[in-house]
Write a protein that binds this ligand. Structure first.
Ligand code: KIV
Ligand code: ZN
Length: 388
């Protein structure tokens, strides 16, 4: 398999969970992490262990239970934060410590109240310490896109010399413009070099450009994209995983690289995250919205009836979206019910499935037709809610 591919670093459980109004418990985070592994992401950023004992515990649970992707914990440059991150991720077969500090003048002066030399000192000690604990260390220069490019390159070079294996350039406040950002990214990369390093990009959506900026960075040489399911995250959110993945796949000839994502799991993952976070997916959301593969206008319907490719650049089945839905009611069997649960992104044990099926039949007697939303509520409230 070629080494030139775009690694997907999913931060739904860290930056996504930082959305005001989202608070996932450890069981809910674990369900999402299992689904992210089925989706084939390369890295799951499971949380920020030093933020709270609950987050540290959730990261530990995921590191112990979820196999396949690397499991990352975010950390400030403080030694005790790095130690806490290590204690959580060390249970994974592939632990990663993700260390960050801001490099822009505005952040260094007003937030960190540190000089450039002090910031460089923090990078040296933090990355060296993290690397003494695990072989996989990522360094992020927070507010990188608003940093002086010379200082940014100096910070990245130092992080690489101290053992960082992935260098991440974030557009923390969603200020970048695609054309400008690809030039900025390419210049910093050239200054620092690529020797054995993976360059990464992390974009926020304050101007609605997070996906466009991410793709511009991929064009410039980024080989890791940091993103979240449904684009959830701080303020206006992060770059949306499903949009980046399908843009790279659908326009492969333009980008020349692709991801290793198993795209048929995109829709179930989106549903699961929407349900567990309570952040509803707008119907017109690209790739996973209810209307993403619906056609209303007569001319469009006619075109689609002749050949779907007239108005569809992707097939719904390629992202796991239903073309037409089976209605579930009291005549439905356990198999159909189990399949629907899987298509909604849940992983239940046999025992949980049996219990859910009994509750489902009770609901059918009361309601007649049971919707996907009813099934999701039943699992979250009655099955996962009672899990120990
Ligand atoms: O937006 C940002 O800069 C971050 C870093 C911690 C990577 O989330
Ligand atoms: Zn972020």
């Amino acid at each position: 398999m070629s080494d030139d591919y775009v690694r997907v670093f999913d931060t739904t459980l860290r930056d996504g969970e930082q959305s005001p109004g989202i608070n996932l418990n450890a069981q809910e985070k674990l369900q999402i992490a299992y689904q992210l592994a089925a989706l084939g992401v390369d890295v799951i950023e499971a949380g920020f262990p030093a933020a709270s004992p609950g987050d540290a515990e959730a990261v530990r649970l995921i590191a112990q239970s979820v196999k396949g992707p690397a499991i990352a914990g975010l950390s400030r440059t403080r030694q005790e934060d790095i130690k806490t991150a290590f204690e959580s991720v060390k249970h994974s077969d592939r632990p990663r410590i993700h260390v960050f500090i801001a490099t822009s003048d505005i952040h260094m002066q007003y937030k960190l109240k540190m000089t450039k030399d002090q910031v460089l000192g923090e990078i040296r000690s933090a990355v060296t310490y993290a690397r003494s604990l695990v072989p996989d260390v990522e360094f992020s220069a927070e507010d990188g896109s608003r940093s002086d490019p010379k200082f940014l390159a100096q910070a990245f070079r130092l992080a690489a010399d101290c053992g960082a294996t992935t260098l991440n350039l974030p557009d923390t406040v969603g200020y970048a413009i695609p054309e400008e950002f690809s030039g900025f990214f390419a210049n910093v990369m050239k200054e620092v070099g690529t020797n054995g390093l993976v360059w990464s990009v992390h974009c926020h959506d304050d101007l609605g450009l997070a996906v466009a900026n991410t793709l511009a960075a991929v064009k410039a040489g980024a080989r890791q994209v940091e993103c979240t399911i449904n684009g959830i995250g701080e303020r206006a959110g992060n770059a949306s995983l499903e949009e980046i993945v399908m843009a790279l796949k659908t326009r492969r000839e333009h980008f020349g690289v692709d991801t290793h994502i198993n795209t048929i799991h995109l829709y179930p993952t989106s549903r699961l995250v929407a349900r567990l976070t309570g952040f509803v997916v707008p119907p017109n959301k690209a790739i996973v919205g209810d209307n993403a593969f619906s056609h209303e206008a007569g001319i469009h319907q006619h075109g689609v009836l002749c050949d779907k490719r007239t108005y569809e650049i992707m097939r719904p089945q390629d992202v796991g979206a239903p073309e037409s839905k089976l209605v579930l009611g009291k005549h439905s069997g356990r198999h159909a019910f189990g399949e629907r649960i899987k298509s909604l992104g849940y992983h239940l044990t046999e025992e949980e499935l049996a219990k859910a099926f009994v509750l489902f039949k009770d609901l059918c007697d009361k309601k007649g037709i049971v919707s996907d939303g009813d099934i999701e509520a039943l699992i979250v409230d009655e099955i996962l809610g009672n899990a120990t």
